[in-house]
Design a protein around this ligand. Structure first.
Ligand code: NAG
Ligand code: NAG
Ligand code: NAG
Ligand code: NAG
Ligand code: NAG
Ligand code: NAG
Ligand code: NAG
Ligand code: NAG
Ligand code: NAG
Length: 481
């Protein structure tokens, strides 16, 4: 009897996830935004009617999506304010703005203490081909926080565990569940600005990661709920004399009283450098001759060149290697922050660490997954991520149909080269076949580049071996459990 009730409940729950719903892909790169001529790095989103466009940065902590008010910089202490807000928004220029003074924020700690809340249209843009226009997912009456003053950049897509964006998209049937994947890229000024990133709402990009997928629990009671345990940190400089030096090794660092302990670190997009325990930071300083850099993010600089890597080993064996160009960039700055001996601040793995990692969060399963990122990926392959399943990377079919070269157009989103375009077009076809827009898009591509050219390039629609479909079996696996 009880099990029948449980089964019915389960059926109801699994029914709530429509895993045929395609994901929403939002690329991250530098672009023009409302209110400044300076290009800003972030996710392409616009508010209001007509749309005032932004380039918002994803936050894993904030739940609300927020934007700078057009007057934000009048009183703000944000350095270089007008060019650092990631675009601003003027509610009085939007026909659809609806101010809501009684709105209760899902954030306990807001991005700004001086904000107004309201509802407006949100335009979420997907832009694959530089030569084609972006297309949009449009949500009406979306709650947005408009910061009128503050000291940090308020241009944020809230993707924390109570994300209003994921919730609204899910409730309105735009995504399969509250799943989200992120590759941050390296487009911020601090990172040097080369590789574009991407967000996939309700999905993941199967072409953006490789190797084993590692699973971790979400600590729902914590404001920053994505924690991993770091068990080792290894410096290695094959071209020099420093080979496999563990920052945890008491023999390498005899000043230490005791071997440092493994520690829990939080994954964050709020800062670039890593914040490590004091003792490990001291070992890093002594081995790499590090000193303060003067950068406001607290990064250390190295006083002599280091042509090596730093590998983080996590408790489950997953390891992440920070390449030499990040360890010691052309200005000599490195990705580890200073730390006071008596600091109680959490330990962080920031954007420098995430530049090597593909992060996949399943808020419906209270789990997240990490895998080695493919920084310069060959194709964008957005896939639906059905909650409670584990994403799988795209595996190249043995008999490649993309053997020969072809050039269809310039592509945004970290996709480079002619070969890539062919694979991308094929993927997009598979993906967009399921959307009403697909025919229109294919016609556009055909019109501008010609079907012959696509075939000439070795592109065969029917024979394309689509990425493995996990979600097809998701419902049955829920039943089996
Ligand atoms: C599930 O989503 C697909 C694709 O968006 C749609 O065609 C279908 O009608 C949806 N099914 C249900 C039961 O809502
Ligand atoms: C915002 O971006 C969309 C999509 O590219 C574009 O159609 C629209 O004109 C832009 N709005 C402004 C004010 O530039
Ligand atoms: C904005 O906030 C700053 C402190 O961050 C304060 O000094 C300033 O007076 C405020 N400006 C306005 C217009 O409220
Ligand atoms: C976002 O929501 C979660 C869950 O309610 C909460 O723990 C967290 O503090 C919120 N984030 C912020 C920045 O307040
Ligand atoms: C908001 O005000 C509180 C109390 O004055 C302060 O501690 C906090 O840092 C402020 N938050 C922001 C985002 O400015
Ligand atoms: C090195 O880091 C500095 C400080 O963040 C940054 O301004 C510069 O662009 C970086 N250079 C490269 C080549 O990444
Ligand atoms: C840096 O290291 C790589 C291999 O680790 C080596 O190929 C390269 O020559 C080195 N560069 C310098 C300037 O030593
Ligand atoms: C450093 O460690 C790696 C991984 O354990 C190993 O493959 C390599 O041989 C080591 N190199 C040296 C010089 O010890
Ligand atoms: C990143 O995006 C920009 C803007 O579209 C584009 O010009 C650039 O080529 C892209 N970079 C890479 C490495 O794909």
């Amino acid at each position: 009897m009880l099990s029948t009730v449980a089964l019915i409940l389960f059926a109801e729950l699994s029914h709530a996830f429509n895993c045929s719903t395609p994901p929403i892909y939002v690329d991250m790169h530098k672009r023009a935004v409302h209110g400044t001529n300076v290009f800003q790095y972030g996710s392409f989103i616009g508010f209001g009617s007509p749309a005032q466009n932004q380039s918002l940065f994803p936050s894993l902590r904030q739940n609300e999506t927020s934007v700078a008010h057009a007057d934000f910089c009048d009183g703000s202490s944000l350095p270089n304010c007008l060019d650092a807000t990631r675009g601003n928004f003027n509610p009085s220029e939007s026909r659809t703005w609806n101010q809501q003074d009684t709105y209760v924020s899902t954030d306990r700690a807001s991005v700004s203490n001086e904000s107004i809340h309201g509802q407006d249209d949100i335009h979420i843009y997907t832009h694959f081909f530089e030569t084609e226009p972006a297309f949009q997912t449009l949500l009406h009456n979306f709650p947005v926080e408009v910061a009128t003053n503050g000291s940090v950049s308020p241009g944020i897509v809230g993707l924390g565990q109570d994300s209003t964006l994921l919730q609204e998209l899910f409730e309105n049937g735009f995504i399969a569940g509250r799943t989200y994947s992120l590759y941050v890229g390296s487009g911020t000024d601090r990172a040097g600005g080369k590789i574009n990133g991407s967000n996939v709402l309700g999905g993941y990009d199967a072409g953006r990661f490789t190797g084993g997928v590692h699973t971790y629990g979400i600590r729902a009671s914590e404001e920053e709920p994505l924690n991993v345990r770091v068990t080792d940190i290894i410096l290695d400089e094959p071209s020099g004399s420093m080979r496999n030096v563990s920052l945890f090794d008491p023999q390498e660092f005899p000043d230490n009283q005791a071997k440092p302990l493994a520690f829990d670190a939080k994954i964050t997009t709020d800062q670039y450098p890593m914040s490590l325990p004091y003792q490990l930071t001291q070992n890093y300083i002594s081995r790499l001759a590090a000193k303060p850099s003067g950068n406001p993010d607290g990064s250390l600089a190295l006083s002599k060149p280091f042509n090596g890597t730093m590998t983080f080993v996590l408790s489950d064996g997953f390891s992440v290697t920070i390449p030499s160009e990040i360890m010691y960039n052309s200005s000599g700055i490195s990705p580890v922050a200073e730390r006071d001996e008596d600091s109680n601040a959490p330990f962080y793995l920031g954007l420098s660490w995430l530049s090597q990692v593909y992060l996949m969060i399943d808020y419906d399963a209270y789990q997240f997954h990490l895998a080695q990122a493919v920084a310069e990926n060959k194709a964008v392959m957005p896939k639906t991520w059905c909650p409670k399943t584990i994403p799988a990377p795209y595996v190249k079919p043995k008999q490649s149909t993309f053997g020969r070269e072809g050039l269809i157009g310039a592509v945004i989103g970290g996709v480079i080269g002619g070969l890539a375009l062919v694979a991308l077009t094929a993927t997009m076809f598979v993906w967009w076949r399921r959307r009403r827009a697909s025919e229109k898009l294919m016609k556009q591509i055909e019109a501008s580049h010609g079907k012959a050219k696509m075939l000439e390039a070795g592109f065969e629609m029917e024979k394309f071996d689509a990425p493995p479909t996990k979600e097809a079996s998701s419902r049955t696996s829920i039943w089996r459990r």
